[in-house]
Design a protein around this ligand. Sequence first.
Ligand SMILES: [Zn+2]
Length: 274
Amino acid sequence: MKLRVMALLCLALAGGGCASVQTTQGGVVGIERQQSFSILLSAEQMDQGAGQAYQKIIAEARAKGTLDRDPAQTQRVQRIAARIIQVTNAFRTDAPSWKWEVHVLTSDQINAWCMPGGKIALYSGIIEKLQLTDDEIAAIMGHEIAHALREHGRERASSAVNQAIAVRIIGGLLGVGDVGQTLADKVLTATIGSRNSREQETESDRIGVELAARAGFHSRAAVQLWQKMAKAGGAGGPVWLSTHPAAETRIRDLEAYSVKVMALYEQARGSHPR
Ligand SMILES: [Zn+2]
């Protein structure tokens, strides 16, 4: 089932925006809800800004010699990503045909993200410092991809309190407003540069374990990943934690949901022999 625009509601939000309300596909984990987006801020606009921001980051990394430096590591990450991308249709049917891009950036940072429209980066620091298994890489990938599938950045930018962000992004599109900050910069700030809400984090955790399981990766690896992440915390710890707060309840929730998707994992494992 495609994401459907259920209704157009003109809301008297600060900034005077209209909202489009969409219902989502919930998957086996049952994460269904209605999402509200500012009609002033389309998915296409977010994707356009994200695409520009991503190309800039990739070009800079290439110039610095920090892009996909280890071919074996890059292939490993891209192979895992491809399996997960293939099963994204469980949550939205248009996603498998997005213009996905997956790169590894050489950096000490423990970080990873997926921008709107499927532009992914994994930092070598997260793979090497946490000594990630394939299943754990799949857990991160599933979680980050879930943020993009649910358009969490656009959702945050659309909320009443963030109308100013929406207005700035639209200004960037029209070439008006504060000069010096490009559309790409604004989308970057509004998406991977800002903290997700607790609801968005929980949603991505649960969708993430299902995506990993459907792709034949052990869903319990998400629990191990968070345990590793917590150990690596503290000063100079994971950059990832600044936008993905490690709540006490998080690991318990992941444990419960990794059990719920076990049958999907068992089913998928047959087509992905180890
Ligand atoms: Zn997250």
